[in-house]
Design a protein around this ligand. Structure first.
Ligand SMILES: NC(=O)C1=CN([C@@H]2O[C@H](COP(=O)(O)OP(=O)(O)OC[C@H]3O[C@@H](n4cnc5c(N)ncnc54)[C@H](OP(=O)(O)O)[C@@H]3O)[C@@H](O)[C@H]2O)[C@@H](O)CC1
Ligand SMILES: [K+]
Length: 452
């Protein structure tokens, strides 16, 4: 975003014009949400504070009662100009009385260290006492590129991103400090390989498709049947043409549309995977970690099919039990699995996911409240603000099955991972509160229909 802004400025647009655009766009959002409720704008010393002065001026011109409190003097040319144009009183932050609406324009992308304790406490108090609160560009106190909290940060109603999403809008803990997100357009295009996960465009099957052309998925089960059943069921509702579950024991369950193949011995697994029509093979959910599980995983790794590896498959791989990571596969680790596989690395979650994808030459779906999907070529997508009810048993198995299903449909690993993560989040949104993993699967057809 900084590079994009600099390019616009170099093309002859003064920085102050960008500040006016940013302030006007943010003021419009505040006006639409809060109407004529009184507003307190907190302005910092840099350009974020400058945006605040522009917002204050525009809201006052609409007849909104506005007060401004500043943290020190303005220190940049544009913010000095915005402050002069405000032409109203400016009180010190420590004397500010609360208002119905609070606009935080203390610090944005220029923050280099935490707020001093008194300023952080004042900010927290004023946000808590307001019924509507807005963080301009970012909540003051968050680190832009990592989403870390450099000092205590209150929870805002709306985070207003200026021009483009920054990592802190999407990565926790910062993302959890904004109930809703809105992006204010300021006429600066910031194309990037890293971005927020967008809703996918899906297509119904062509009129002349059949079950194999639509995608044949195999799910290699193991010692715990439930997990592979959930994954198989999710794959079956993902739009794929057919799902075969390779069961490690004589067991039944799940919809009749899923073909269960008894594959208890290594030879039986090998035979079951010897089918050139297979478009995706999933291993991991319920696989187990004993010698038998290793043997089953080895056969999967040597099958030559497009792979999705989750759960115990990742645990076995992290113990080095199955050799190097299979390039081209989709890996779906949660936090603990990721650390076991790739070590405890520094950098933001996006940096870590990209580095892992580059090293393993795999698509890495680094799961969590802020799932990051990273490709070896440097592309990454971040899915944030999913339902917190997803933190329940079995939802990972559902996601793994969904990834395998979309891989079979699209034959494109990054696209499949992105579609699956979005559909999983949408199914959760539709399932509402206190759902179980099985309920998510029932919501998948509706989630898919929405994107056709
Ligand atoms: N660029 C553009 O074209 C556009 C940018 N726009 C806006 O600009 C924002 C970025 O502005 P910015 O770079 O001036 O940084 P900002 O966040 O205001 O803070 C920097 C100031 O704070 C200081 N400081 C830092 N930490 C501190 C601390 N803990 N406690 C105390 N002081 C601290 C730091 O001084 P330091 O002491 O570090 O030298 C510096 O003086 C961006 O988020 C967006 O809102 C829009 O107008 C659109 C056009
Ligand atoms: K801010």
């Amino acid at each position: 975003m900084r590079a994009a802004e600099q390019a616009v400025i170099a093309s002859g647009v003064p920085e102050y014009d960008l500040m006016e655009r940013a302030g006007a766009a943010a003021a419009e959002i505040v006006w639409r949400a809060g109407g004529s409720r009184d507003v307190l704008v907190l302005c910092g010393p840099g350009n974020n504070g400058g945006d605040g002065f522009v917002i204050a001026r525009i809201l006052r011109a609409k007849g909104v009662p506005v007060r401004v409190a500043a943290l020190g003097e303005s220190r940049t040319a544009s913010s000095l100009r915005a402050r002069a144009a405000w032409a109203g009183p400016v009180e010190p932050l420590q004397d500010a009385q609360p208002a119905g609406q609070l606009v935080d324009a203390l610090f944005g992308t220029g923050l280099t260290r935490g707020l001093d304790p008194q300023a952080a406490t004042e900010l927290g108090r004023l946000v808590d006492l307001a019924s509507h609160s807005y963080a301009i560009d970012l909540p003051s106190g968050v680190e832009t590129d990592s989403g870390a909290l450099l000092s205590p940060v209150p929870r805002f109603g709306v985070g207003i991103a200026l021009g483009a999403w920054k990592p802190a809008h999407l990565l926790y803990p910062a993302a959890g400090r904004m109930e809703r997100l809105q992006c204010a357009e300021i006429g600066v295009a910031a194309p990037s390989d890293v971005g927020r996960l967008a809703p996918p465009s899906l297509h119904p099957p062509a009129g002349d498709e059949h079950k194999y052309s639509r995608g044949l998925v195999a799910v290699v089960g193991g010692e715990m049947a439930g997990a592979s059943l959930l994954a198989s069921h999710a794959a079956a509702r993902s739009g794929a043409g057919m799902v075969r579950r390779m069961a490690a024991a004589m067991e039944t369950g799940g919809p009749d549309a899923i073909v269960t193949i008894g594959a208890q011995t290594a030879a039986e697994v090998e035979r079951a995977l010897d089918d050139r029509r297979l478009a995706a093979v999933l291993a991991g959910p319920g696989l187990g970690r004993d010698d038998r599980a290793r043997e089953r995983l080895n056969i999967v790794l040597q099958s030559g099919h497009p792979l999705v590896l989750d759960a115990d498959a990742l645990n076995i791989l992290s113990e080095g039990g199955a050799g190097p990571l299979p390039a081209g596969a989709i890996l779906t680790p949660h936090e603990a699995e990721f650390t076991r596989l790739f070590g405890d690395r520094s950098g933001s979650k996006i940096d870590r996911a990209l580095e892992a994808a580059r090293r393993s030459r795999c698509i890495v779906v680094y799961k969590g409240a802020d799932t990051v999907i990273a490709a070896p070529d440097g592309r990454a997508r971040i899915a944030s603000h999913a339902s917190s009810w997803l933190s329940t048993a079995g939802t990972g198995d559902v996601l793994a099955g969904l990834v395998a299903g979309r891989l079979a449909v699209t034959r494109d690993a990054l696209r499949a991972a992105c579609e699956a993560v979005w559909l999983h989040g949408e199914a959760a949104r539709r399932a509402g509160a206190a759902f179980i993993a099985d309920d998510l699967i029932e919501r998948l057809p509706g989630a898919i229909a929405r994107r056709l």
